[in-house]
Design a protein around this ligand. Structure first.
Ligand code: FE2
Ligand code: FE2
Length: 276
């Protein structure tokens, strides 16, 4: 049992469940503190920001635009994550969870700082992903804590981890790879803490709340698929083989999300989503 969780005194009246304690989530607070890093720790002076391509001027410029658009999308996602983490910090009903979210809000802000520096080093941002803006509206507009934790941490944070692995694999020996490796670890903690807190919250959640969570997932997943499959003009040339690989991947990810939801006791198996 974590020291702080046992030391804290219940705020509720005697005999009632102390609502501010969630030792399952406090563990993630300690883990987040241990894993904390600084933007200055990144190899800014030792590695190129993005992969350097050989070949002519035109090919070089086109490759650079692809990386700029990849970074722009992640910068946009992490800016949304800052707002979400701030909402979770404010809405959390347990002291332990608030402590944890204070670290998550710092993580997301640090991620934005790193992406901002990287996009500058790579030549500046490109166009925004409209599907991500739509997802942001859904996430930020949800009115219950249970739904926010479920959609943002249980689904989104999990799915974004595989994006980072993919980007890291194709950008070896760059600052971009270094950042993606850091984010894989951070978002692993964000997802794990969300699972832990959702379990705490679901112990007391009503059927109405659970139904709302499932409806939210049904609304969000097709937009998530659009987001993953979206190609800005810099990446329009993606071949049809790559697109069918992307489609298969997004299907696998959604199936995994459904399995994770089922492990929380939520049946989202009849989620109907249409791949564009
Ligand atoms: Fe992040
Ligand atoms: Fe995150």
């Amino acid at each position: 049992m974590p020291a702080m969780a046992t030391a804290a005194k219940p705020e509720t009246t005697e005999g009632a469940q102390p609502r501010h304690q969630a030792p399952e989530v406090f563990r993630y607070y300690e883990l987040a503190k241990k894993q904390e890093w600084q933007v200055g720790d990144m190899p800014w002076n030792d590695l190129p920001p993005i992969p350097e391509s050989k070949g002519g001027e035109e090919k070089h410029a086109r490759r650079r635009d692809v990386w700029r658009s990849v970074i722009t999308q992640q910068l946009q996602a992490d800016s949304l994550a800052v707002e979400m983490a701030a909402q979770l910090l404010e809405l959390a009903r347990h002291h332990d969870a608030k402590l944890y979210y204070s670290t998550m809000a710092q993580d997301e802000a640090r991620h934005v700082e790193a992406w901002l520096r990287l996009i500058d080093a790579a030549g500046g941002p490109t166009e925004r992903d409209p599907h991500l803006d739509k997802l942001a509206q859904i996430f930020l507009g949800l009115d219950e804590l249970e739904e926010k934790v479920f959609l943002m941490q249980v689904f989104f944070e999990k799915m974004i981890i595989s994006r980072f692995r993919l980007i890291a694999r194709s950008s070896r020996g760059t600052v971009l790879e270094d950042l993606c490796n850091r984010l894989t670890i951070d978002d692993g903690i964000h997802h794990g803490s969300g699972m832990a807190y959702e379990r705490v919250l679901l112990r007391e959640a009503s059927k109405k709340t659970k139904d709302k969570m499932i409806k939210g997932a049904q609304k969000m997943l097709p937009i998530f698929a659009d987001h993953v499959l979206w190609r800005p003009k810099e990446r329009e040339f993606v071949s049809s083989t790559m697109r069918s690989r992307d489609l298969a991947r997004v299907r696998r990810e959604i199936e995994e999300g459904v399995r994770i939801a089922a492990s929380l006791g939520l049946d989202v198996s009849d989620i109907e989503y249409t791949i564009p």
